[in-house]
Write a protein that binds this ligand. Structure first.
Ligand SMILES: [Zn+2]
Length: 244
């Protein structure tokens, strides 16, 4: 009985597939498929294996012209033109961090790049490096070690060393040659950024003289380290909270 039913089902499926699709419908289907096809493929993946959520990880600060970076534009982000030159993803201390692409280890605990207490830089051989900051411990890798995309390369930590104040991963993507330019990871990492931004990462600073500039997660300028501040706004919103 079952065999017969399966055979009938297969036959029916085969018969349906063999039916010619009317021309206007075929054309419409093709148009839909073209519209649904990705227009641009992003080379990297997310740095966590688990899907986002309140018990795993969430986006807490976007890249670029954030209100937080504006507040600390001179003291903390001055070297990066006053902008947040990475993404912040909240996660419990000890959350496994995975390589966003295949490559080789370039630097381990590079103090010159900040983002303590520990950090890691991978070179992906395609013109980009990825940099993972505020790690829990020294990654058990050495410069030159090969890494696969998705391989656990580190564990996330807390810049305040408490694991309760603001545990998060700071993730940067820079040009690999001189490490002088940081790019918006949102434009290079394949993820559902629209969904992620429903929870966090949308706190951008406004320049009231140009209020639409740099207000979206995916519309942010590259950062050239050592360049002039990009957010020294004459009329900022929210307004200046102190004289920093
Ligand atoms: Zn950060």
């Amino acid at each position: 009985m079952l065999k017969q039913a399966l055979a009938a089902g297969l036959l029916a499926a085969g018969a349906t597939a063999a039916l010619p699709v009317p021309r206007p419908i075929a054309a419409a289907l093709e148009a839909v498929q073209v519209a649904a096809a990705p227009t641009q493929s992003k080379p990297f993946g997310l740095p966590f294996a688990d899907p986002p959520g309140p018990s795993t990880w969430l986006l807490i600060q976007g890249y670029g012209n954030t209100a937080t970076a504006y507040r600390w534009r001179v003291s903390q982000y001055g070297a990066g033109q006053g902008l947040h030159f990475g993404l912040d993803l909240s996660a419990r201390c000890g959350t496994p961090v995975i390589a966003i692409g295949e490559g080789v280890v370039r630097k381990v605990d590079a103090a010159e790049h900040g983002a303590g207490p520990h950090n890691l830089m991978l070179d992906h051989g395609n013109g980009y490096v990825s940099f993972y900051g505020h790690l829990y411990e020294t990654p058990r890798l050495a410069p030159g070690d090969p890494v696969a995309r998705g391989q656990v390369v580190a564990h996330s930590g807390d810049p305040d060393l408490t694991c309760t104040s603001r545990p998060h991963l700071h993730l940067e993507i820079r040009e690999s040659q001189g490490l002088r330019v940081a790019f918006n990871p949102v434009t290079l990492i394949d993820a559902d950024w629209d969904a992620l931004s429903l929870v966090g990462g949308r706190g951008f600073q406004r320049d009231l003289d140009n209020p639409r500039q740099w207000q979206f997660l995916d519309d942010q300028p590259d950062v050239t380290f050592g360049g002039p501040l990009l957010n020294q706004y004459a009329h900022p919103w929210p307004p200046e909270w102190n004289s920093r």
